[in-house]
Design a protein around this ligand. Structure first.
Ligand code: FAD
Ligand code: EPU
Length: 342
């Protein structure tokens, strides 16, 4: 167990915020994790994966523990599925590529999402018509107070849109150690997401393969989303809001090109990027491309807030609050944050 003091977290968060951790350590297995927690019970603890869904609002006056638990194991298979366990510290995209190479299907639409395996259930990551819960089997997590490992099945995790029990009721109580995915031997492709269908056509794909779908997703993502190694960001800053059909109909009368789609429960998921693009600060019609100091709203994807270099977490939060107010005043919809504020 090695603890470092006063470490800059800038290399450990994709927003590139230069906040400090009072103490910092890494763990490669459950025993190392338990040692850190048992010997330092007085500190607040932050479990860190790839740092791609956090915004550091200030220095962290506690112990940051970076999960580096590795390993990918094929547990067993039946006629239709293969059950694969990955350590929480495995890089998510590398895991996706590993599965595609072995023709294990189900997560190809989730290619190129930054971060690690351990955070994938935290907010039930999703993209291009697939959510993690579609392929989730179970996970093992360490209960910080009781110091024991518990298995969570899919129903235990209470998955929702960008939600799970670990973001809600069990926030900060468990450290996810590994996740087991139930992948398909015969792919059930999901390519109905508008821009994915278009990209596959553009690529001239006649017969779907896991690699073709993954490549199409990667192309779209690279064309729309800022690369965190060039411009700091954490992907979508807000969730797409869910509103009742009646409210959507009223808004549609006023704003005929309002973008949204119906969910099975009758609610409408409205495109937050559209809402943010269609209102703006006092002297401008749109937030899209807006910049104040080094904090900004990305020019290609209004749902992504960015750090052009030296923005502080506080400046990004202030900008996000201005956007929330502006969207509410224009459309009567409150945006909820997706990013975890630390
Ligand atoms: P971190 O940011 O390190 O952690 C996120 C939260 O989970 C923190 O609260 C942390 O304490 C907690 N945590 C992390 N690991 C563990 C663990 N092992 N045990 C307990 N708690 C843990 N997300 C999507 O869903 N879909 C997308 O399409 C998408 N696109 C993105 C594009 C870009 C360019 C970026 C920068 C981000 C995007 N994201 C997307 C958000 C992000 O990549 C995911 O949420 C990802 O799963 C975060 O993983 P991480 O390891 O970086 O988590
Ligand atoms: N749009 C605009 N202006 C913008 C951005 C978007 O009008 O500046 C509208 C367009 O009409 C577009 C629609 O929003 O058709 C949807 O845009 P896009 O396909 O880019 O997806 P999104 O709703 O903005 C969501 C996820 C992303 C995920 C993509 C693809 C959330 C909060 N975000 O974004 O996830 O990659 O769909 O499935 O659900 C993340 O969670 O960090 C993330 C990047």
């Amino acid at each position: 167990m090695q603890i470092q003091e006063n470490i800059s977290l800038k290399p450990y968060n994709t927003f590139g915020i230069d906040a400090k951790a009072r103490y910092f350590g890494t763990f490669k297995d459950r025993d190392e994790l338990e040692e850190f927690i048992t010997h330092n019970p007085q500190f607040n603890t932050l479990i860190l994966g790839g740092g791609s869904n956090i915004l550091l609002s200030k220095d962290f006056d506690g112990l940051v523990l970076k999960n580096e638990m590795k390993g990918i194991t094929e547990l067993h298979e039946d006629n239709e599925n293969v059950y694969v366990r990955a350590g929480a510290g495995e890089n998510w995209h590398r895991f996706v590529m590993y599965c595609i190479e072995r023709s294990w299907a189900g997560i190809e639409n989730l290619s190129l999402i930054p971060g690690n395996v351990g955070a994938s259930p935290m907010q039930n990551i999703g993209a291009y018509g697939v959510e993690l819960e579609d392929v989730f089997f179970d996970l093992e997590a360490f209960n910080i107070n009781e110091k024991k490992v518990i298995t969570f099945t899919r129903s235990d995790c209470e998955f929702g849109y960008r939600e799970s029990i670990f973001k809600g009721k069990y926030k900060d109580r468990f450290v996810i150690l590994n996740v087991t995915y139930k992948l398909q031997k015969k792919p059930r492709f999901k390519t109905r997401y508008g821009s994915l269908e278009q990209e596959l056509q553009k690529m001239g794909v006649k017969e779907l393969t896991l690699k073709a779908v993954s490549d199409a997703v990667i192309n779209i993502r690279m064309s729309r989303l800022p690369d965190p190694s060039k411009i700091g960001n954490a992907g979508s800053f807000f969730k797409n809001p869910l509103i009742p059909n009646s409210q959507f109909k009223e808004l549609k009368e006023k704003f005929p090109d309002l973008a949204g789609h119906s969910l099975l429960n009758g609610e409408i998921k409205v495109a937050a990027g559209w809402l943010i693009e269609k209102c703006g600060p006092q002297d401008s019609v749109s937030w899209k491309g807006f910049r104040k100091g080094d904090a900004g709203c990305h020019a290609n994807q209004a749902l992504v807030l960015v750090n052009y270099g030296n923005a502080s977490g506080k400046e990004i939060i202030e900008l996000s609050e201005e956007i929330v107010k502006s969207v509410y005043n224009t459309f009567g919809i409150w945006l909820e944050r997706e990013v975890n504020i630390i």
